[in-house]
Ligand binder design. Structure first.
Ligand code: ZN
Length: 422
């Protein structure tokens, strides 16, 4: 069942680096092979290939020797969370704690009183990189007791990100050295001797496994649905799209750094995707003019989750644009270009939805509320391609624990597959 596969994918992907590794695992199992970015020659026999860089994965399917356009799905591997600082360990009031940075627009309250593990990469003096996952509850951000903050239910919770989010991870020992103890912890998790560890990139994550919930399993209760649900749907769609139009190259771009603005060597507001597309064209013997002509005829679906109407806050949605959980993928529009959907790409998405037998919902933000954004407008601007913003409805976006609908995942895959078939 697609939603169970999604839960497995999310639980195997506690941070962006693990999400990329998991995408690579899924794609490799389906016959994709890796093309190293640093190799000049890419042997592009018709087939399926992928490149990855850090925590971003770009996979593609070349279905013919003379393609005339790219058909793309874009998503992101990162989610808002708490991330460790370079020298995280310190002691305070008898506890060992960790200094954390808030990555992206996290709902801070959702990180309180959770059993937290640690996942990411540890880098050794010899240049080696280990993917690590401490899958036991080693850390916790304890909430202040109500007895010590009597007005909290009336005044609301305000958290200072610098002083009130540091998790505890051990009791301090007399004469102990928190930094040395933390280095030993990383050595044990990574297999790299403490003295050889040069740096790390580690994320805290909630250990509660993803689950199908509700009276009939109709909800997906999980972390990082935004946007691992779209990465998973995109990968499943690409794997199933090898029988598409040979005149179109199908591409899945799962970028890191969307939640922090996309400007990086791995993000959508960088050169990565454009250089991969151009190298595909070069590998197929196309001229630069032919590459630019192909871009002009290309279309992307920026696949990112959408705001379902919340039954307790229904007035936060625009009338007639209230996507509901379980009613299918959402086409997102914003004339101020926070979403890249145009009338042309909206018509395209409605056409492929009809072909795939998928019912669509519409979202536009209330005029008096700001609108979120995605990699859609960035990619449209960078590459000059037509983009539509689409995503499944969900609640609790950017919480450590989010909620979507079980029934929506299969139609999402079907819609993206119909698009990727070209
Ligand atoms: Zn997102």
């Amino acid at each position: 069942m697609d939603a169970n596969a999604l839960c497995r994918f999310i639980d195997a992907s506690p941070c962006p680096a693990h999400a990329a590794a998991e995408l690579v695992r899924e794609l490799t199992a389906a016959g994709f092979a890796e093309l190293p970015m640093q190799r000049a020659e890419w042997p592009l026999a018709p087939g399926r290939f992928l490149v990855r860089r850090g925590a971003s994965v770009i996979a593609f399917v070349v279905r013919g020797r003379a393609p005339q356009r790219f058909t793309l799905v874009g998503a992101h591997t990162d989610s808002p969370h708490l991330r460790l600082k370079p020298r995280p360990a310190f002691q305070s009031e008898g506890c060992c704690q960790l200094g954390v940075e808030v990555y992206g627009g996290a709902l801070l309250n959702s990180w309180l009183d959770r059993d937290l593990g640690l996942a990411g990469t540890v880098h050794a003096a010899d240049g080696g990189v280990r993917l690590v996952r401490i899958g036991v509850p080693i850390a916790r951000v304890p909430q202040l007791a109500i007895h010590l903050d009597r007005k909290i239910n009336d005044d609301g919770l305000k958290l200072n990100a610098q002083t009130q989010l540091a998790p505890i991870w051990a009791l301090a020992r007399d004469g102990g050295d928190a930094a040395a103890a933390f280095a030993e912890l990383l050595a044990k998790a990574s297999g790299i001797p403490a003295g050889d560890i040069r740096s790390h990139d580690l994320s805290l994550f909630d250990l509660t496994p993803s689950a199908l919930g509700g009276a009939a399993g109709e909800f997906v209760f999980a972390p990082r649905l935004d946007n691992l649900a779209s990465c998973h749907a995109g990968a499943m769609a690409l794997i199933a799209a090898s029988d598409g139009d040979p005149l179109s190259v199908a591409v899945l771009a799962c970028h890191d750094h969307e939640e922090v603005g996309s400007t990086s060597d791995a993000g959508a507001d960088g050169s990565l995707l454009g250089s991969v597309l151009e190298r595909i064209a070069i590998g197929l013997g196309r001229s630069r003019a032919e590459y630019l002509a192909a871009l002009a005829g290309s279309t992307m679906i920026s696949a990112d989750m959408a705001h379902a109407v919340h039954p307790n806050y229904a007035d936060r949605h625009e009338p007639r644009h209230k996507p509901q959980l379980g009613k299918g993928p959402v086409l997102k529009s914003n004339h101020n270009q926070r979403y890249a959907t145009s009338a042309v790409t909206a018509a395209h998405v409605r056409a492929i939805a009809a072909r795939a037998g998928v019912s669509l919902q519409d979202f536009v933000a209330r005029t008096d509320l700001g609108c979120g954004s995605t990699i859609g407008p960035i990619t449209a601007a960078r590459l000059g391609i037509a983009v539509a913003d689409v995503g499944n409805p969900m609640l609790s976006m950017h919480s450590a624990r989010e909620c979507a609908a079980t029934a929506d995942h299969a139609p999402y895959i079907a819609l993206l597959r119909e698009h990727l078939k070209g």
